[in-house]
Design a protein around this ligand. Structure first.
Ligand code: SF4
Length: 313
């Protein structure tokens, strides 16, 4: 635990002794609903210890676990979650504990948005946002972004989790991209890539993927563009610090919309890396290209795949 460079959250259910062990191990946060620990003295002990150590406790209500609706209960699903969260919060407040974080996650985006909005009005505590069981990388990221971006844009939410049926690294990337899209983070690579169209002179999709992979560890904020044609690319991406615009068998490197060099297609990526190094050095930073991640799929960027203008369909 102490060796982790990242904060550790212990997710504890039912057994207060596990919570005490986690506190002994100096976790950074407990995720624990006191209502599901059926030992009042145990809860008191955990809360007392968390207070002494300054460890926050997150109350986590998930829509899937709020139980069946009782006959005559006319509350909507969002309110049922909020009320359960409030009752859990009250247990901690009654023990004079207020180092609280709360989440009310649901799979259904409108339910989750309504629940967080109401909770934000009802309590002063930080909120941890999430859409539960959101799905696989693409659909889950979109679902998570659909829910969380509405709330974050309204100023609701202090921490986030993108839950995907995927490698957790992808979850972190998706969360980071979400924050960057909303202008809430300004770190590392922001990739601008055109969708390509009839004007595209280069095999754009693999090129954009290679650029993303090689530049994902950029240590400073930088907007990098990968555009399909020289005619419109530099202009359409004039906000980008640096970029590639494809030509037939070659391509241009541009900075802030201005072309600074032309290279054969198979040298374009290296030329982009060299230009990025130049920008970093000009700004008193270390060059990056030597440290850039190597490609996981060599040959993604196949030289000579661009389609000569006369043969494009
Ligand atoms: S930059 Fe060129 S290829 Fe890309 S969408 Fe614009 S016009 Fe099409």
């Amino acid at each position: 635990m102490r060796r982790s460079i990242l904060p550790i959250v212990a997710d504890i259910h039912f057994d207060y002794r596990l919570a005490l062990m986690a506190l002994d191990a100096k976790v950074h946060k407990l995720r624990l609903n006191p209502g599901n620990i059926h030992n009042k003295d145990g809860v008191r002990e955990v809360v007392k210890r968390a207070k002494e150590q300054g460890t926050p406790i997150r109350i986590g209500v998930n829509h899937g676990s709020i139980g069946d609706r009782q006959p005559g209960d006319i509350r909507d699903e969002a309110q049922r979650m909020v009320d359960l969260a409030l009752s859990e919060i009250r247990i901690l407040e009654d023990l004079d504990f207020d180092n609280i974080v709360v989440s009310v996650k649901a799979f259904e985006v409108p339910v989750m948005i309504a629940a967080y909005r109401r909770l934000a009005k009802a309590v002063p505590y930080p909120l941890h946002l999430g859409v539960t069981e959101a799905g696989t990388a693409l659909s889950g990221s979109i679902r998570s972004a659909a829910g969380m971006s509405v709330l974050l844009y309204e100023g609701i939410g202090d921490t986030i989790r993108v839950s995907l049926s995927e490698d957790p690294v992808v979850e972190v990337k998706a969360a980071f991209d979400l924050l960057k899209s909303l202008g809430l983070r300004d770190q590392g690579l922001t990739l601008v890539a055109c969708p390509s169209c009839g004007r595209a002179d280069i095999d754009l999709i693999p090129l954009a993927k290679v650029a993303e992979e090689r530049l994902r560890a950029l240590p400073v904020p930088m907007k990098v563009a990968v555009m399909g044609c020289e005619v419109n690319g530099p202009g359409e991406a004039k906000d980008a610090d640096v970029g590639i615009a494809g030509g037939v068998g070659k391509g241009a490197i541009f900075r802030k919309g201005k072309v600074v060099g032309t290279y054969p297609e198979n040298q374009l990526m290296d030329a982009l890396m060299a230009e990025i190094d130049k920008i970093l050095i000009e700004n008193g930073k270390e060059p990056y290209s030597e440290k850039a991640p190597k490609l996981s799929h060599e040959g993604q960027l196949t030289p000579g795949r661009s389609v000569p203008a006369g043969q494009r369909t």
